[in-house]
Write a protein that binds this ligand. Structure first.
Ligand code: ZN
Length: 595
């Protein structure tokens, strides 16, 4: 199993390690490559101005960070084209299909950019150009593979003119139109070819050679060679891979088992149905199936003894029997009550969140769903949504409560923090005490929360504006407690402030704890946001252009949560996807501002 993720820099240790492996693959697979070309890859990623291309490295790696293959894609926003510099599997995995998976991935990435298509070089399959038969056989296989996507060499030009008389196997220039149906005019392609030759091969191609090749592109529109290997279908085989400009949606498929039928337990299965019904009316989402992740990812942020207790206690209960915490040993924490049912209060902050078998199973699945959605960001989605229940933002390192058991967003934040700095913005009506406490001493995860003031709103004991973090985390927690009655305008202004604060921190990923209980008529809230206010909030978040994971938290007015969620995502989507590749993600690792 492997996943594909983007690498924008060589600063994070995890990226450094991947880059070293990429260099090794390059040296093994392309022994003729000059080491200067291999060594410049990190600089290509970090310095788009110098190289005049925005380059992104995609690595296919397994769970242990072993790189199994990679592709390097360069994007030229002015001339609107992509150039695929390299694509390769590691030596051991040649023929395993990794190259094919990577190629499809790159295509969908390129499709999301505003380009005419993607160019790359491929060695020729013509015996007149290539003397070595073994090579010809390989080149035929490659060109046949590309033909399945409608990608073929540009024909009737001098591109494959050897640089010197002894050069064998001069490459074709292949064009993949990415099924975008855009015409390639001679005028444009001349500029593109000049950019490729001068910027990529400037130190090897003399100006007279460049002029000669560029001048040979006379056909208008440019002609591609007739299909040679896949006839009758015009070489087109549509890729079925996802489009990354959709919102990756992961829904907790096991949430329904968790149904507490006590009066007033408003955290019920109908919430998810109400939201999904409205989201299904849009075409913004691509559903992804939840994957299973190891328990250690939970114990990375939650206390081991708490996780063990929650799991064992819950699974020991039959059917829908629930245990409610009723004894709260607030002192002598070294002595947890020995009777397991009594011990519930040792790990809980209130009396209304029960332990039962299904609560555990649903909460465990909720974490898997949230991690799946987080992983989708590493794989190239810009936006993902974990539609889960039970919610998580009240769960602290060693306690549950407020309908929450595991802190989904915090588990995802810790996981993503390996790949860059994280900001969590909690917009639930209630303070996100869970992630605040979990990351209180860390400076790589900024926690921000906008909520009802704790003097009147749950959880009553935290969410004050003087809680700013401690130790290295001092300055990396920010609370915006608001009065019991506010206008939507006040709320939106507070969102603007919070987002400005987050922009200064400049995270690689933003996680939004998405509560809909700020809405008018919510049984647990006191505010009165309507659908168009949610759209504005989405719009503000979308404008940050940050790769974003939205995690579902509260929201209990089942008549309006779906409509409000739909408006939120429309606002978000419309403002998010006018993004450019040089957005925050590229620079995010360079600044180390303290906020
Ligand atoms: Zn809430």
């Amino acid at each position: 199993m492997f996943m594909i993720r983007r690498i924008h820099d060589d600063i994070l240790p995890v990226n450094k390690k991947a880059l070293q492996q990429v260099k090794l693959i390059l040296k093994q697979q392309f022994p003729d490559l000059r080491s200067i070309d291999v060594d410049k890859i990190p600089a290509m990623l970090s310095n788009p101005l110098k190289h005049r291309f925005r380059s992104i490295l995609y690595v296919a790696e397994d769970g242990r960070g072993q790189v199994k293959g990679f592709a390097l894609l360069s994007y030229e926003p002015e001339l609107k084209f992509c150039f695929l510099d390299y694509i390769s599997a590691s030596v051991q995995l040649e023929g395993s299909g990794i190259g094919g998976v990577l190629y499809e991935w790159i295509r969908t990435e390129a499709q999301d950019l505003d380009v005419t298509g993607m160019f790359y070089e491929c060695l020729p399959d013509d015996p007149n150009l290539c003397r070595d038969r073994k090579w010809i056989r390989q080149n035929r296989q490659r060109l046949k593979f590309y033909e399945r996507y409608g990608a073929r060499p540009v024909t009737n030009t001098a591109y494959e003119t050897p640089l010197t008389l002894n050069d064998d196997c001069p490459p074709y220039l292949v064009f993949d139109g990415l099924e975008l149906g855009k015409k390639l005019s001679a005028r444009n392609v001349r500029k593109i070819v000049r950019a490729i030759l001068e910027r990529k091969y400037g130190d090897r191609c003399p100006p007279s050679y460049v002029d000669m090749v560029v001048g040979s592109f006379q056909d208008d529109p440019v002609r591609l060679r007739d299909p040679r290997y896949i006839r009758g279908k015009d070489g087109q085989q549509l890729s079925e891979r996802k489009r990354t400009n959709k919102i990756a949606l992961v829904v907790n498929d096991r949430h329904e088992i968790h149904h507490v039928r006590e009066r007033g337990y408003v955290e019920s299965p109908v919430r998810i149905h109400a939201i999904l019904k409205e989201l299904d009316q849009t075409k913004l989402f691509a559903r992804i199936n939840p994957k299973r992740f190891p328990q250690r990812m939970i114990t990375d942020v939650h206390d081991k003894a708490f996780v063990k207790y929650f799991k064992n206690m819950s699974l020991s209960l039959e059917g829908d029997i629930s245990i409610y915490p009723y004894v709260f040993p607030i002192r002598n924490t070294a002595r947890p009550p020995e009777v397991l049912a009594v011990r519930a209060g040792y790990y809980c902050i209130d009396t209304f969140t029960p332990l039962n078998r299904n609560a555990y199973l649903a909460a465990r699945r909720g974490v898997d769903c949230t991690l799946t959605a987080a992983q989708a960001l590493l794989e190239g989605y810009h936006l993902s949504y974990a539609l889960v229940r039970p919610p998580g933002h009240h769960a602290e390192q060693r306690s549950f409560g407020g309908f929450c058991y595991f802190n989904n967003a915090a588990v995802a934040a810790h996981y993503l923090s390996k790949y860059g700095r994280i900001a969590i913005l909690d917009i639930d009506h209630h303070h996100g005490n869970g992630q605040q406490q979990i990351f209180y001493e860390r400076d790589d995860v900024l926690t921000v929360s906008i909520h009802g003031h704790p003097r009147f709103a749950y959880p009553y004991f935290s969410g004050f504006d003087d809680e700013k973090g401690s130790g290295p985390g001092n300055g990396f927690n920010r609370n915006y407690p608001l009065p019991e009655t506010i206008t939507p305008r006040q709320y939106i202004q507070t969102c603007e402030k919070a987002l400005k604060h987050i922009s200064v921190f400049d995270p690689a990923y933003l996680i939004v704890c998405f509560g809909l209980d700020t809405a008018r008529g919510d049984p647990t809230g006191t505010w009165s946001l309507r659908a168009n206010d949610f759209e504005k909030v989405g719009m503000l978040i979308g404008r940050t252009k940050m790769p974003l994971l939205v995690v579902q938290e509260g929201g209990y007015n089942t008549r309006s949560i779906g409509i409000n969620a739909r408006h939120f995502f429309i606002g978000l989507y419309e403002n998010m996807f006018t993004y450019e590749l040089n957005s925050t993600a590229i620079q995010s690792q360079k600044k180390k501002s303290r906020v």
